[in-house]
Design a binder for this molecule. Structure first.
Ligand SMILES: CCCCCCCCC/C=C/C(=O)SCCNC(=O)CCNC(=O)[C@H](O)C(C)(C)COP(=O)(O)OP(=O)(O)OC[C@H]1O[C@@H](n2cnc3c(N)ncnc32)[C@H](O)[C@@H]1OP(=O)(O)O
Ligand SMILES: NC(=O)C1=CN([C@@H]2O[C@H](COP(=O)(O)OP(=O)(O)OC[C@H]3O[C@@H](n4cnc5c(N)ncnc54)[C@H](OP(=O)(O)O)[C@@H]3O)[C@@H](O)[C@H]2O)C=CC1
Length: 184
């Protein structure tokens, strides 16, 4: 990705969250309290292929925690929701002609064996905004059908580029396993 593409996504996803949070705090929440829910992503195993998004969303998760503490004394709760892969007409359109194939290939990586829809994210957001969550702050709720605990979508091709382990009997055992010679 270009430096410009990196910046576009960091500006939108991370710096945008900072500006929005600061504005609502100054304009209202500092004096009256309130609740913020940030949307992050399934970046728990990194986000290979979308490194800018992964870095920005991980940063928003950390921002959520900082602000939850800094603004507690104003009665402000700050939480995040981390969706799995969520499909909608507009979400597919964001990836132009690659969209349908991208969403299609990601189905296999969901333990649900289907994608989520926005209507399955909004209840979690409403819950965290509501009085039912009055004692929850600084938390992230994963709404991903367990996707973040399952396979990575990034395929690593077979290679022999990795550094060799230190010599010794353990390295020998490893080599035997790699060469399929183990008697275990
Ligand atoms: C696996 C399963 C999938 C399934 C789906 C999984 C969903 C994962 C959830 C998270 C998703 C994300 O956050 S994805 C990352 C962010 N979102 C998107 O990319 C969605 C579509 N893009 C946008 O909405 C916009 O481009 C946006 C990022 C807001 C920036 O808008 P701006 O008006 O500021 O600027 P633009 O003119 O569009 O772009 C500025 C330059 O940055 C480049 N650029 C823009 N977006 C870029 C991007 N994502 N990656 C690299 N480069 C990008 C453009 O080519 C431009 O460079 P030049 O060509 O040189 O001028
Ligand atoms: N889809 C997915 O799998 C995942 C998405 N996410 C994140 O969730 C968020 C929503 O994604 P998704 O639903 O897929 O995307 P969509 O493109 O479907 O939705 C984006 C929404 O943002 C609104 N919007 C865009 N620009 C502005 C603006 N300048 N001011 C106010 N509203 C604006 C759009 O409104 P309008 O229709 O009026 O343009 C639209 O409702 C994104 O931050 C995305 O990165 C996170 C994890 C997974």
């Amino acid at each position: 990705m270009s430096a410009k593409g990196w910046k576009a996504v960091i500006d939108t996803n991370l710096t945008g969250t900072f500006h929005c949070s600061q504005e609502v705090y100054r304009a209202w929440m500092k004096e009256h309290g309130g609740a913020i829910v940030n949307i992050i992503a399934d970046m728990w195993k990194g986000f290979p292929g979308m490194a800018h998004t992964g870095a920005a969303r991980a940063a928003v998760e950390n921002l959520t925690k900082s602000l939850a503490i800094e603004w507690a004394a104003s009665g402000v709760r700050v939480n995040s929701v981390a969706p799995g892969t969520i499909i909608s007409k507009t979400a597919v359109a964001n990836y132009k002609e690659a969209g349908p194939a991208l969403f299609q290939m990601s189905i296999a990586f969901s333990p649900a064996k289907r994608l989520g829809v926005p209507e399955e994210i909004s209840p979690a957001v409403c819950f965290l905004l509501s009085p039912a969550a009055s004692y929850i702050s600084g938390a992230t709720l994963r709404v991903d059908a367990g996707q973040s605990l399952y396979h990575s979508m990034w395929e690593i091709p077979d290679h022999s580029a990795w550094p060799e382990p230190p010599n010794g009997e353990n390295a020998e055992t490893l080599r035997e396993i790699l060469n399929n010679k183990s008697k275990l």
